[in-house]
Design a binder for this molecule. Sequence first.
Ligand code: 13P
Ligand code: SF4
Length: 305
Amino acid sequence: MATDHQDIISEIRHLKKQKKAVFLVHNYQRPEVQDLADFVGDSLELSQKAAKTEAEVIVFCGVHFMAETAFLVNPGKTVLLPEMESGCPMADMITVEQLIKKKKEIPGAVVVCYVNSSAAVKAESDICCTSANAVRVVQSLPVDREILFIPDQYLGQWVAQKTGRDMHLWPGYCPTHMRILGKKILEEKAKHPAAIALVHPECRPDAKEAADEVLSTGGMIRFAAESPAKEFIIGTETGIIHRLKKENPGKIFIPVNTKAVCPNMKKITLEKVLRALQKMQYKVSVPRSIRDKALSAVNRMLAVG
Ligand code: 13P
Ligand code: SF4
């Protein structure tokens, strides 16, 4: 078994070199997949890396919308997603038809689209954002314009609170982050009084109120490294704990809920990464008809930073 595992890793490394591939890996991926990465990061960091890479092939270990974004900023390159079924239920909570209908109800509103969305939905939006830059993106918009924020109501609610902007919120949510409850954070804080509670903005308002900091996954990684604190209560998908522990030996990370697991993120295994390189599958692309408009929304976000 151990030899099989090592054999797979050696073969992945060999093919990666041969195919001049770069591995971009999200913070929620399985530990063994993270350990093979050229870069591990949050959605914003991964799209910034994708925009800059000189590699011919991008093996994207994350969910489908992330690989689509990597393709949008790199249309000439091959973007491989090792598991095509690795989707995001929140992204599926809004269709392009629903968005077009909503836009007619609030004509003139600026559509701010969380990157957790399909390329077709991005193409009908004015500007994208991630959890790391959503506040800056909304602050960059003219104050006299109405805003429609899609599809995550909880990220939208938090951005509205931070910016003081009144926004129309689409009722989408992340099923994994719904498992993180404010009550449980308060219980963990009582057990670990010195710990700092970090939660993702996709969490519900009660979880954000109970936490000390609301951060993207990349923000949590930086915060844990820079903070003098030794204990952290982590309110996001549990895959991030691997990287937090690896980069901060000696610090303690307590998940709010060990069941806060994104099944789609976990669909990518070492075997599937190997198959992706062997068969050059599954190629992710975006039809020409929507590519330019979707890319404009992504580029406007990247310009904000
Ligand atoms: P980050 O951009 O913070 O990594 O979040 C992506 C995501 O899908 C959270 O559920
Ligand atoms: Fe989508 Fe939630 Fe999974 Fe993030 S954790 S990819 S928002 S389902």
